[in-house]
Design a binder for this molecule. Structure first.
Ligand code: ZN
Length: 320
């Protein structure tokens, strides 16, 4: 069997690789001409941007704690976002992907915020916009012996992707990201309702199980469970002696919990996640004598770019 594989590989090498090495010089000049031509064609066909990028060289950032508005360059702002949203020990190409996503998200927010933050275009709260940290605070949080190198890595990720954003129909996309998809990302409608974005589809990822964010468990007493569910559903009652008193009713296409039954009520998986503090809606559960144990896969809403997925791809030598 091995011999056959070696034979096939050698054969492919002779057929494809050797001729390309021999004709490389020629190919180069031809492809240069072709590239020039192709570039012209692409320029004609390319979607015309419906925004003016140079307008966003400086941005106004609303600081939620102090209610102050700070004006700073877009790149400087992005250093603070990337260093806040992704661990600096992630691969260079993953950090670059995060920089492009953060830049795209920023423009989208500024263009579509409709005065949500007064004169500012974006805020520093991760629950509202995206997290941001000043260079001073960031450096202070890192180990002194790696702080400088970490900061340089972040600056490089932003600078080397300068001006690059993701567009759809000529406009910046609503660029979502999350920590760990658990192996497959989620469509936006399954998390926030409404219609799906054509560019935010569910895709499979790889290598996510190698990260600490992949697995988590939450154990909650029966009493506490009812207490938490009562915050939103005052009429809830669960008879724990009953078979299927707690049950997963259905799943989304990506395998996350869509609807769940607790006694006399049915609630969305996304609500279970927020009420019980689960890391994602991809979970199973087990009822024990006094409690309910949730076994959770992945971390975050699952829409858009998975950060650990990006890091895993970068480790496999994929570019941003
Ligand atoms: Zn905000």
């Amino acid at each position: 069997m091995k011999k056959v594989i070696i034979y096939i590989l050698t054969f492919m090498c002779v057929i494809f690789i050797l001729p390309s090495i021999c004709t490389k010089r020629q190919d180069l000049s031809v492809s240069y001409a072709e590239t020039e031509e192709a570039e012209n064609t692409v320029q004609e066909e390319e979607e015309t941007p419906k925004y003016e990028y140079s307008k966003y060289a400086t941005i106004k950032l609303y600081h939620t704690k102090t209610s102050e508005v700070e004006e700073l360059s877009l790149d400087e702002y992005l250093y603070g976002v990337v260093s806040s949203e992704m661990p600096a020990n992630f691969e260079k190409e993953a950090l670059k992907a995060q920089a492009v996503v953060a830049r795209t998200y920023t423009l989208y927010q500024i263009i579509n915020s409709n005065g949500k933050h007064g004169e500012a275009g974006i805020c520093d709260d991760s629950a509202c916009c995206q997290a941001w940290i000043s260079k001073e605070d960031r450096i202070a949080k890192w180990d002194a012996n790696e702080a400088e190198a970490n900061w340089e890595k972040i600056v490089n990720a932003v600078d080397s992707t300068q001006g690059q954003i993701i567009t759809y129909n000529g406009e910046p996309i609503d660029a979502f990201f999350h920590s760990n998809s658990g192996g497959v990302t989620e469509t936006a409608a399954n998390v926030w309702g409404g219609t799906n974005y054509p560019y935010l589809q569910s895709v499979e990822t790889s290598g996510e199980d190698e990260y600490s964010q992949y697995n988590s468990e939450v154990e909650i007493s029966k009493e506490k469970l009812i207490e938490k569910l009562k915050q939103k559903h005052s009429d809830i009652s669960i008879n724990f002696d009953e078979q299927d008193c707690i049950k997963i009713i259905d799943y989304t296409e990506s395998g996350r919990v869509k609807t769940m039954k607790f006694g006399n009520i049915e609630i969305a998986g996304t609500e279970v996640r927020s009420l019980l503090g689960l890391k994602s809606t991809n979970f199973s559960f087990e009822i024990t004598e006094n409690s309910i144990k949730f076994f959770v896969i992945g971390y975050g809403h699952g829409v858009g770019m998975s950060q650990t997925g990006a890091d895993s791809m970068a480790k496999a030598r994929k570019k941003f």
